[in-house]
Design a protein around this ligand. Structure first.
Ligand SMILES: [Zn+2]
Length: 245
């Protein structure tokens, strides 16, 4: 959010930490139990008028950040044509659903690295907005193993992956998210239902639906991944012979 009336152009930033939420509320709405910051957005009589930062824990926060030019000269974010971005977010790559981003951009960023594909998708400096669950779902949809080496990924594979990422994130947003944690709710306070339509994540030992459709029998497997889990199909997401770090 870009702010007026400051000596230098700056944006209001919010870091959600582990459990922070930004809620848009009518001023008359009762205070949340863990309400930390209340901002009046507008004095329009009918507009939702309060932005509230609610955090049960203390890892989140709000702060001001000076603006800097975007590295690709494109608009800094949705809803504005301003070619500036907060300094504090300048290292973060464009979001999956950012219309300025292209499959070619993703291809270029991936090929610059020599790492596992899933690690790269979760790297905010490669592409932003993808969490562990969505990465597994997009890799499954694209038929790619997350262990593939980004340095050898091919253009048509990135095109498939890019389409899968956009599709998964679009559906997840429509459904309102996937969190299994009741702390995470959307701006209207409702938790997500996307978890009902997962194809890979959380389905260890269950049949891969694509393989089943094609008359093959294959079970989704779970592997440890950076303190969490990766779910994939060993048949339609073939592993590379050599796994990069
Ligand atoms: Zn499969």
């Amino acid at each position: 959010m870009e702010l007026d009336g400051l000596p230098e152009p700056a944006a209001l930033m919010a870091h959600l930490g582990m459990s922070g939420q930004l809620l848009v509320e009518e001023p008359a709405a009762p205070d949340e139990k863990h309400l930390k910051v209340r901002l009046t957005l507008s004095d329009m009589p009918d507009a939702p008028a309060e932005l509230r930062f609610v955090d049960q824990r203390i890892f989140g926060g709000m702060f001001l950040s000076a603006l800097t030019a975007t590295s690709d000269g494109g608009p800094g974010g949705a809803g504005s044509m301003s070619k500036f971005i907060p300094q504090a977010a300048a290292h973060i790559a464009r979001d999956v659903l950012d219309p300025v981003r292209s499959a070619e951009d993703l291809y270029t960023s991936l090929r610059k690295k020599t790492t596992q594909l899933k690690r790269a998708i979760l790297d905010q400096e490669v592409i932003s907005g993808v969490g562990n669950i969505y990465a597994d779902e997009a890799l499954w949809a694209a038929g790619l193993s997350g262990l593939r080496n980004t340095a050898t990924i091919r253009r048509f594979e990135v095109t498939l992956l890019n389409e899968a990422l956009i599709d998964v994130m679009t559906r997840a947003l429509e459904a309102g998210g996937t969190s299994f944690d009741s702390l995470y709710v959307n701006v209207n306070g409702a938790s997500g239902y996307f978890s009902r339509s997962l194809n890979a994540y959380g389905r260890e030992g269950e049949p891969c639906l694509r393989c089943l459709e094609q008359g093959r029998q294959s079970l989704i497997r779970r592997d440890p991944f950076m303190g969490r889990s990766s779910y994939s199909c060993p048949v339609c997401q073939p592993r590379p012979r050599r796994i990069p770090r």
